[in-house]
Design a protein around this ligand. Structure first.
Ligand SMILES: [Ca+2]
Ligand SMILES: [Ca+2]
Ligand SMILES: [Ca+2]
Ligand SMILES: [Ca+2]
Length: 228
């Protein structure tokens, strides 16, 4: 029995060592791709004026995403106003059953170094909407997220945070990953690296839900980033 335990511990140590080694040698291609970001990884600042490239966002259900000029959105935190550039993303939609719809993008990055999701949100008042941030961490090494009929991952982790947008104007929101809720059927550990053929942080989704069963959402997003 003792021998088995020792062998197991040796294996565990070897696995830990190889994981550390894999992390240490993984290429850091993320810092170069975010030249103007205040945080290490820029997902989107919408300055290219569209949601179809860098990154390409997919849209589902009843949310209407529109890249808009920020000249119409000047209220709120003045320090945020200095960072939003020319464009942001307006998300608008209606529902009769809470959920409106969402947007998402494929990332496929080793996100191990990041500790937070950062974004600027422009609220349109007390009932702007509930924003759900979803991060999908591949755990079965196939760079894909297999889901069940309730859209929950069956072999990978889903990390989830929510923000109630109940204000007017711009506000910076910082969401520590340590406070994200874990769902799905992965290993329940934030390990979005390329070990074992994993696709790392495979995708991000941003879902809109109304504050009332029958109602609208209306808010803007800008400078969506991963922070450390
Ligand atoms: Ca912008
Ligand atoms: Ca993983
Ligand atoms: Ca997977
Ligand atoms: Ca995981």
């Amino acid at each position: 029995m003792k021998k088995v335990l020792v062998a197991f511990m040796a294996l565990a140590i070897a696995m830990t060592a190889s994981a550390v080694f894999a992390m240490g040698t993984s290429p850091d291609k993320t810092s170069a791709s975010a030249p103007t970001a205040a945080y290490p990884y820029l997902v989107d600042n919408f300055e290219n004026g569209n949601i179809t490239e860098n990154p390409e966002w997919f849209v589902f259900d009843n949310i209407v995403p529109t890249v808009v000029r920020n000249t119409r959105y000047q209220d709120g935190d003045q320090s945020v106003l200095k960072t939003i550039g020319e464009y942001s993303l307006n998300l608008k939609g209606s529902t009769s059953s809470w959920y409106v719809g969402g947007i998402g993008c494929v990332l496929g990055i080793d996100a191990s170094a990041y500790r937070s999701v950062e974004m600027d949100i422009y609220g349109s008042g007390e009932n702007s909407g509930k924003v759900k941030i979803e991060l999908y961490d591949d755990d079965n090494g196939n760079s894909e997220i297999e889901v069940n009929s309730a859209w929950k991952p069956t072999a990978d982790d889903l990390f989830l945070a929510e923000v109630d947008v109940n204000w007017t104007g711009w506000k910076h929101v910082s969401l520590p990953l340590s406070e994200f809720k874990i769902e799905g059927g992965g290993n329940r550990v934030w390990d979005p690296n390329f070990a074992g053929g994993s696709g790392g942080l495979v995708k991000m989704q941003i879902i809109s839900v109304a504050f009332t069963e029958s109602g609208d959402v209306n808010y803007n997003l800008d400078n969506i980033e991963l922070g450390n």
